[in-house]
Write a protein that binds this ligand. Structure first.
Ligand SMILES: Cc1cc2nc3c(=O)[nH]c(=O)nc-3n(C[C@H](O)[C@H](O)[C@H](O)COP(=O)(O)OP(=O)(O)OC[C@H]3O[C@@H](n4cnc5c(N)ncnc54)[C@H](O)[C@@H]3O)c2cc1C
Length: 284
């Protein structure tokens, strides 16, 4: 049974590019950049992966045709065939990045569950060697392995989005305690600010936002050297305030018909999000 889209509309901008585009423009008009995410995960056959490559390329083309739309795209490697074969997935990624480079656009590779971390980092490094500033990666602060990964990627000057991590991971793989995750997040931010051109700080957590503001002020690091990122539907007033204060800001805007797994992650992450969904239902 397909659930009605009205349930997800608090967190998902629409089921098509045409439905999401006015929301992107409205954010851009407030000085907030966007990364568009065409929703979906874990494609299992080549026919579907080929279709996803074409869809992602179509998305880059759509963005470039809308006047003054400020949006990059975020993608998942399991949608480009990572579960099928790594070389096939690399070929698909490179097809997409050829178009991104031609059009001077940017593609960020989202980080998925820990079964995919090593392959995602390996493919990112291959892509970075070939496409440089047109490709970025995401690193999750909760993973025990992250210190090594981050040090290596920062040494390359990679464009990294740092987040806490959204998947349920066991304790031998990931930190479970929020205060430890926050401490790790801060340590990794310091490394990224020191070694990479523009770290992306993806969190809604006031403690981490306030810490970043204070740390960068104390270290004399200007607001153009990093970017705050949040998810569509969460804390938009905070993003608008940060933008007014001169910080770089970007909202991750998911859209598409395959919104259910993303929607479930948002609901399980924070009980307040369930209330947001209910209140959307009761609004006209
Ligand atoms: C732009 C972006 C991209 C992401 N990409 C990935 C990815 O590729 N892979 C991945 O695994 N995860 C990704 N995530 C998800 C991320 O890993 C976390 O699961 C998610 O952001 C929740 O952690 P948090 O730090 O935002 O806040 P939480 O840990 O959910 O909350 C911490 C505190 O922040 C405050 N807070 C949080 N939300 C709100 C709110 N709506 N209103 C008011 N206060 C609030 C509250 O004080 C709360 O106690 C991404 C997140 C963002 C923002």
């Amino acid at each position: 049974m397909k659930l009605p889209f009205v349930l997800a509309k608090r967190f998902v901008a629409g089921e098509s590019f045409e439905a999401a585009a006015p929301k992107v423009k409205a954010l851009n008009e407030k000085g907030i950049k966007v990364t568009l995410d065409l929703l979906g995960e874990n494609v299992e056959d080549r026919g579907m992966a080929d279709e996803m490559v074409a869809n992602y390329i179509g998305l880059l083309e759509n963005i470039s045709t809308v006047d003054r739309m400020e949006s990059s795209i975020s993608i998942k490697l399991t949608m480009l065939g990572l579960d099928i074969d790594i070389d096939y997935c690399r070929t698909n990624l490179f097809k997409l990045l050829d178009v991104a480079r031609e059009q001077d656009q940017f593609v960020r590779i989202d980080m998925e569950g820990s079964d995919y971390t090593q392959h995602t980092i390996d493919l990112y490094k291959d892509a970075f060697r070939e496409y440089g500033k047109h490709v970025g990666i995401v690193i999750q602060a909760y993973l025990h392995r992250t210190k090594n990964d981050l040090t290596e990627l920062a040494g390359l000057g990679a464009d990294v989005r740092l987040c806490k991590g959204a998947y349920n991971e066991p304790e031998d793989i990931a930190l479970q305690d929020m205060s430890k995750i926050r401490e790790a997040f801060k340590d990794y931010m310091k490394i990224l600010l020191d070694k990479t051109p523009c770290p992306r700080i993806a969190t809604h957590d006031d403690e981490l936002i306030d810490w970043t503001r204070k740390y960068t002020t104390d270290q004399d690091i200007g607001p153009s050297r990093f970017e705050f990122q949040m998810l569509y539907g969460l804390r938009q007033e905070t993003m608008e305030q940060l933008t007014r204060e001169g910080y770089q800001t970007r909202i991750y805007v998911p859209f598409g018909t395959m919104w259910l797994p993303y929607f479930k992650r948002r609901l399980t992450e924070r009980k307040e999000n369930i209330w947001f969904v209910l209140s959307t239902l009761f609004k006209k």
